[in-house]
Design a protein. Structure first.
Length: 103
C-alpha cells in the first residue's frame, strides 16, 4: 500500500463507509477519498504538538470523529470531497516533499 493511496479504492473501505452511513452513524457526504486527507490532518496535528503534548492528537481525533458523526441537525457539508485522482496527485506531492527532506 502506498501511503494510503490504495486505501481510497479499497472495497472494504467503501463497504465500511456505506455500512456506517446506512446505520446513520456517519455523515452521508463522507467518501473514501476523505480518509487519506483526514489521516494527514491527524498526522500534522501530532507532529505539530509532539514536543509539547505528544498525546494531544487524541483531542483532535475526538473533534474529528464528532464532526464525522451523522446527526439530524447537521447541515450538509458545503464543499464536496476531492476526487480519488486529486487525492492521489496530492499525496504524490506530499510523498515527494517528504522524501526531499530525508523523511
Amino acid at each position: 500500500m502506498k501511503h494510503g493511496v490504495d486505501l481510497i479504492e479499497a472495497p472494504f473501505l467503501e463497504a465500511l463507509i456505506r455500512r456506517a452511513q446506512e446505520g446513520r452513524d456517519l455523515r452521508p457526504e463522507v467518501t473514501p477519498s476523505d480518509i487519506p486527507v483526514i489521516q494527514h490532518m491527524l498526522y500534522a496535528a501530532a507532529q505539530f504538538t509532539r514536543g509539547q503534548q505528544p498525546d494531544i492528537w487524541r483531542r483532535y481525533l475526538e473533534i474529528l470523529l464528532n464532526g464525522l458523526r451523522a446527526r439530524p441537525d447537521n447541515p450538509a457539508l458545503a464543499t464536496p470531497s476531492l476526487s480519488n485522482e486529486t487525492v492521489e496527485q496530492a499525496m504524490g506531492v506530499v510523498r515527494m516533499a517528504g522524501e526531499s527532506h530525508g523523511n
